[in-house]
Design a protein around this ligand. Structure first.
Ligand code: AMP
Ligand code: MG
Length: 341
């Protein structure tokens, strides 16, 4: 059993208690397991319970399309077709075309075909190992998002190449959920999709949502950001990792080397209106490191970031300078404000 699933089962009684208590007020919370993680959907206002259940159904059906391990999924079919083209749903095609664009615009720091390398390190099974340079260079020959062909809803993945949308799927799920809730007239909701948070509108009292950023070195929080109508997505070296010979190896891979990205960062939090963009960029900026991340931010207008660095300092883009504060063990540490000019 995966550790995350075990944790879910352990927490289940507390989660159920939480959802039944919250039903008394205007808040309706549904908690479920999807995309290999625990998801919590809290909807405020009338019909919230029904809306939250609709989100659960939507995200569980999305998982069935996108899972890399479920033999019934569209991604699995494309990965196991021996290079032959397969037809995919509009949803999968829409997500994939935007994900491929983001691979390109991040210069391959995000690469949705890195899966064979992630498997070699054992991050998919928990049977961790350090692959040899030779093995990694052989595997990297199979990695290149540009070889994935998508023409409308026809997808071809060359034999040997494997597509995995794990770095972007939860962000996209947040977008789908937010759109579904908006269409139902919901004005205030908070979605916790694994490490991703996606908030709709403001809190019912009109104040912004407060979203905590985890302390990468401990159990607590390193800071809090106040947002409305935003996705807040963190990629961190502390999420999945193992240690061997005194070295820590984590699950975010630099596609140039096939090795865990060591760019001076402990975590990257991206705040953006789009969950897909926030998820794609949190992974990509972690690979890039602080300087390239700042350059990427200056080249676009659609996101902000918070960096927690290995040297124990932090950086935040100017759009969040007034809404982010360091806390816990990070309170009082140096916080650089990254500006456009
Ligand atoms: P995230 O938690 O969103 O940063 O996504 C990390 C997951 O995406 C990892 O567990 C891998 O399965 C996969 N991954 C790792 N490195 C990359 C990368 N450079 N580009 C795309 N996916 C990656
Ligand atoms: Mg991501």
């Amino acid at each position: 059993m995966r550790a995350s699933r075990r944790l879910f089962l352990l927490l289940l009684p507390a989660l159920l208690l939480f959802s039944s208590c919250s039903r008394r007020g205007e808040e309706h919370t549904v908690t479920f397991f999807a995309m290999d993680t625990v998801m919590g959907v809290s909807v405020f206002g009338p019909d919230g319970q029904e809306a939250a259940r609709a989100v659960q159904a939507e995200l569980q059906s999305l998982e069935k399309l996108l899972s890399v391990t479920d033999a019934g999924s569209e991604i699995y079919a494309a990965n196991h077709s021996g290079g032959a083209a397969v037809e995919v749903s509009e949803q999968t095609a829409g997500l994939l075309s935007r994900a491929l664009e983001l691979c390109e615009s991040t210069d391959g720091a995000l690469d949705v075909t890195i899966y064979p390398v992630v498997k070699a390190w054992g991050f998919t099974t928990g049977e961790h190992r350090v692959p040899s340079e030779e093995e990694l260079s052989g595997l990297l020959e199979r990695v290149d998002y540009a070889r994935v062909q998508l023409d409308a809803q026809t997808l071809s993945v060359p034999a040997g190449t494997e597509l995995d949308l794990g770095a972007v799927a939860k962000g996209y799920a947040g977008d789908r959920a937010a759109a579904l809730l908006r269409a139902r007239g919901v004005e205030s909701a908070r979605l916790e999709l694994g490490g991703n948070v996606h908030v709709l509108g403001a809190k019912p009292d009109g104040s912004p949502w407060r979203v905590a950023v985890r302390d990468p070195d401990g159990e607590g929080y390193a800071g809090v950001v106040e947002v409305t109508d935003r996705a807040v997505v963190t990629s961190g070296g502390y999420e999945r990792y193992f240690e061997e010979g005194g070295v820590v190896y984590w699950h975010i891979i630099d596609p140039r080397t096939g090795r865990p990205a060591r760019s001076g960062l402990r975590s990257v939090t991206v705040v953006a209106p789009s969950g897909l963009l926030a998820d794609a960029l949190s992974t990509a900026l972690f690979v890039m490191g602080p300087e390239e991340a700042a350059a990427c931010w200056r080249s676009r207008q659609d996101f902000d970031f918070i960096l927690l660095k290995e040297d124990g300092t932090a950086a935040v883009t100017e759009g969040l300078a007034d809404s982010f504060t360091l806390s816990g063990d990070w309170a009082g540490r140096a916080l650089e404000v990254v500006r456009r000019d």
